[in-house]
Design a protein around this ligand. Structure first.
Ligand code: ADP
Ligand code: MG
Ligand code: MG
Length: 879
């Protein structure tokens, strides 16, 4: 296999489907070349070479001649000479298989030294340009290859530049003279000699090899490793190196450089969207140093280039059948594309683009459903600032990533992480962000920057994470040392509350009121397509009528888990519950339960009404009783008085009910078995409610679920009680309701004897939260002390409470197999939080569950994930 892949003159050795070997950037440069897009010639060094180099610490012997041959072709194509006259300059760019924005560094203008810089100046007739390019090379090379920075991490090159500008009393780089820039290049070379302990290499070939090695090594830098961890990118992919002929957007006002999306990445609206700068090079646009102009203005400035950009964008969209993110440079009469990739987009844009591309005949419905990331669409369900409110707007920036969030201000990434770890909601405020802020952006609710455009680091990364972001809020003056920001004399300090509205760009003082979004339009269309494709049903976990209503609005097809105990805390019910707990005999308990029963009935009536026509699984009381009692003396004393129980005695009861390990204690069906009157009361409430709603003409499907069953006899006991009580209610009401009695499978014993349990159970629901706890022998409440460490150090691949663990999956698989062996048509679902996790949903689909149940907000996520699981299934069968 070759190490080097050439592209240029309308032909490339590589192709778009060779991302494994060429990285994303290299594969797409090859593809663009092959489809006739103007791309400067160059070649790609493979990822395989990277891995080999990192392992061996040196290059294979024949690499030198391979690179020389490729470079000769670039020289022929451009008519320039590397190290000669006219000088060929190169860019050296990293590019892994997955796009890793800002993670790897690029070197531009490689090949310049005193001699070639002079030749460049002469040939271009533009001395400023030549020496500006030269000083940029030395600066980038010093940074990337030698890792030069000041003792406090400051940028020595930028400092020297700033000093020179101050000396010359000019504000902008472009106001420096050619001679200034020539001296600056020399000064930069001195900095390299001092800091690196060796001279800047004048030999272009030495520059090239140094740059290639630096790019390969940058695969191992901390920020690259961190990024891969967060995004689950394997460490053994390696990065490719792309070496390309330089083209120049900085030769004058007839030149430009910019970035453009083929559709709006925030809203999905069709048409070019992006920014450009005239007379600028490379990263000037992204870095936010000068303020770029919207790409629409390019049409006025450089109409021919704009037409070329439109044509290239249209060609590439048709070719790749997806929205593209382009980098372009205009060098006088010549227009070049330097990169194309699938554009990152907000959830809103992803949905609109997928649906519109079906309309345009670019993709089919299945592809549209595949295109949208399930986790991402949960953004669409999240709040926005109440349009009816008139909040106090501090300032406005660019609406860089939509959604709204409320949080307390922090000024650096570490503080964001620290505060978030304490459960605080924070807004990360920075002048601008870089890859070093990444961990803080992950931890923050929203990001606010003072500088940069719609394609700045903050904007791109925030959109990728689905986090709201306002960028380039120019009025912000940030004083990091004093931990304060100022806008027109008004100051906001660390810890103060702000609301960030990434949809409009508003920065709002204090905590604004947020409201729920609308779910129609393209979102509704896409979800309808997903519903046609999926096999899994999706239910919601909902305890109250209001949750049930929201769940239905999000498309839930029933309730998979209704936890009755949440109702116990409502209003003054807790008093009756406590009365029941302190009662010393059956009669006392029944008196208290009689007070609770009508309240429970009302809740169930509300839920049955909301879920008209859909099944509702109601779990009998689960938590240990002590959870309903107060702890401290201060609370116990008044309770004793109000219950009319001697203080001494109440203390006794509280003590007696205390458990060392409540997770494994007197809870679940163990309660209903030892206190059957609790089960009777709950079942009575359920069926009285069901009869009442049926009497109104409602269509009710109750499913009574017994928690924490380990042994079939436990279930049999409760089932008999449920049946007997239900019969009584039916007799009293004069009507019958169809219903099921089933159990949670949340203990390993239940999973391994699922066949026995299925002789009694009419349905199973895997309670994977408890099943994970009991499989691991691990209490979730105490897991915080070591679980994050485990995940960080790769001892566990994921948090098992978020994504089903492989061991827990085995138990689920066993439970399903044994259960269905006994009862082939057994209805089986999952009601742990995993029911809303796309990867776990995939497993649920594969293992043949009937439904998943998750929180109402995750319902659309689950619908989409279930459709994708079904599509994956089919694709596998197609092979
Ligand atoms: P990143 O992956 O961070 O975007 P790139 O390798 O794409 O880094 O390059 C950084 C900047 O340099 C981009 O703006 C790109 O367009 C510009 N650039 C890269 N190669 C060339 C080249 N051959 N000529 C001119 N500009 C280039
Ligand atoms: Mg790029
Ligand atoms: Mg449980």
């Amino acid at each position: 296999m070759p190490n080097v892949y050439f592209f240029g003159d309308g032909h490339a050795d590589g192709r778009a489907d060779m991302k494994d070997v060429l990285g994303g950037k290299g594969a797409n440069l090859a593809e663009m070349t092959n489809v006739g897009i103007p791309v400067p010639p160059g070649f790609t060094l493979s990822t395989t070479l990277c891995i080999r180099y990192l392992a061996d610490g040196r290059f294979p012997d024949d690499l030198r001649s391979e690179v020389q041959a490729a470079l000769r072709r670039v020289e022929q194509s451009t008519g320039k000479r590397f190290g000669g006259d006219p000088p060929l300059l190169l860019s050296v760019r990293s590019g892994a298989k997955m796009s890793m924005p800002g993670m790897m560094d690029t070197i531009l203008n490689l090949g310049l030294n005193d001699a070639t810089a002079e030749a460049l100046a002469r040939r271009s007739g533009n001395q400023r340009f030549a020496y500006d390019s030269y000083r940029r090379l030395v600066q980038m090379y010093g940074d990337v290859v030698f890792g030069i920075e000041g003792p406090d991490g400051q940028d020595l090159f930028e400092d020297a530049l700033a000093r020179l500008k101050a000396q010359r009393q000019v504000g902008r780089d472009i106001d420096l003279s050619a001679e200034d820039l020539r001296r600056l290049a020399a000064r930069f070379k001195e900095i390299v000699r001092q800091e690196a302990g060796c001279p800047f290499p004048d030999d272009p070939w030495q520059q090239l090899w140094g740059a290639i090695e630096a790019v390969f090594k940058s695969w191992q830098t901390k920020r690259a490793v961190d990024y891969r961890r967060v995004h689950r990118i394997p460490d053994d992919l390696g990065t490719a190196v792309n070496v390309m002929a330089m083209v120049f957007g900085n030769l004058g006002e007839h030149c430009a450089t910019g970035v453009a999306f083929t559709r709006n990445p925030s809203t999905g609206e069709p048409g070019l969207f992006g920014e450009f700068l005239t007379n600028a090079q490379g990263e000037d646009v992204v870095a936010g140093i000068r303020d770029p102009e919207p790409v629409a203005l390019l049409q006025q400035r450089l109409p021919r280039a704009y037409a070329e950009l439109q044509r290239a964008g249209a060609t590439l969209e048709r070719h790749f059948r997806d929205m593209q993110d382009l980098e372009f440079t205009v060098e006088g009469d010549h227009f070049y594309l330097l990169q194309t990739r699938t554009g990152k987009r907000t959830a809103q844009a992803a949905v609109r683009i997928a649906v519109e591309m079906v309309g345009e005949g670019l993709i089919d419905r299945r592809e549209a459903v595949r295109r949208v990331e399930p986790d991402q669409i949960s953004q669409l369900l999240h709040p926005m600032v109440d349009p009816a409110a008139t909040p106090e707007v501090l300032t406005t920036g660019l609406p860089a990533s939509p959604g709204a969030a409320v949080g307390q201000v922090v000024f650096d990434a570490d503080a964001a992480v620290e505060r978030a770890a304490h459960g605080d909601q924070v807004i990360l405020v920075r002048r601008e962000t870089s890859a070093d802020d990444f961990h803080g952006m992950v931890a923050a609710q929203a990001i606010l920057t003072a500088r940069g455009g719609m394609t700045s680091h903050a904007a791109v990364v925030a959109r990728g994470m689905g986090k709201c972001c306002v960028a380039g809020a120019k009025e912000l003056e940030i004083d990091e040392a004093a931990q304060v920001l100022q806008v027109n004399g008004r100051s906001v300090g660390a810890g103060d509350w702000l609301t960030i509205d990434g949809s409009t760009g508003r920065v709002i003082v204090g905590r604004a009121r947020l409201v729920e979004p609308q779910l129609g339009g393209e979102f509704g269309t896409l979800m309808a397509w997903a519903d046609e494709l999926r096999r899994l049903r999706v239910r919601a976990n909902a305890d109250l009528p209001a949750d049930a209503r929201r769940a239905r609005a999000f498309g839930a097809e029933g309730i998979g888990l209704c936890r009755t105990e949440h109702m116990f805390f409502e209003g003054d019910r807790i008093q009756a519950v406590r009365e029941m707990i302190v009662a010393r005999d059956h009669e006392g308990r029944q008196r208290a339960l009689a007070k609770i029963e009508p309240m429970q009935r009302e809740d169930f009536i509300g839920i049955f009404r909301e879920m008209n026509g859909f099944p509702v699984t109601i779990r009998l009381l689960d938590p240990p009783l002590h959870e309903f009692l107060p702890r401290g003396h201060d609370e116990i004393a008044p309770l004793a008085a109000s219950l009319g129980v001697p203080l001494e005695q109440l203390h006794h009861i509280v003590e007696a009910l205390a458990e060392t390990n409540p997770m494994l204690g007197h809870r679940g069906c163990r309660l209903g078995i030892t206190y059957p009157e609790i089960t009777e009361m709950q079942v009575r409430a359920i069926f009285e409610a069901a009869c009442a709603v049926a009497a109104e003409g409602g269509d009710v499907h109750p499913e009574v679920m017994v928690p924490l069953v380990a042994h079939v006899e436990e279930l049999r006991h409760q089932l008999n009680l449920v049946r007997a009580t239900a019969e009584q209610v039916f007799a009293e009401c004069g009507r019958r309701i169809e219903y099921l009695v089933g159990t949670m499978i949340e203990l390993p014993r239940a999973a391994v004897v699922a066949d026995e349990i299925a002789t009694v159970a009419e349905f199973f629901s895997f309670g994977t939260n408890d099943l994970t706890q009991t499989t691991f022998g691990l209490s979730r409440d105490d897991a915080g002390r070591f679980l994050p460490f485990y995940v960080e150090h790769g001892i566990l691949p994921d948090d098992p409470f978020q994504t089903l663990d492989a061991g827990v999956e085995k138990l689920v698989e066993l439970g399903v197999r044994l259960g269905r062996q006994q009862k082939p048509a057994l209805k089986i679902g999952i009601c742990g939080e995993h029911g809303g996790d796309p990867r776990s949903i995939r497993f649920c689909h594969q293992v043949g569950l009937n439904y998943v149940s998750c929180s109402p907000f995750r319902v659309p996520v689950a619908r989409l994930a279930a459709a994708q699981a079904a599509l994956g299934d089919r694709a596998e069968r197609d092979v």
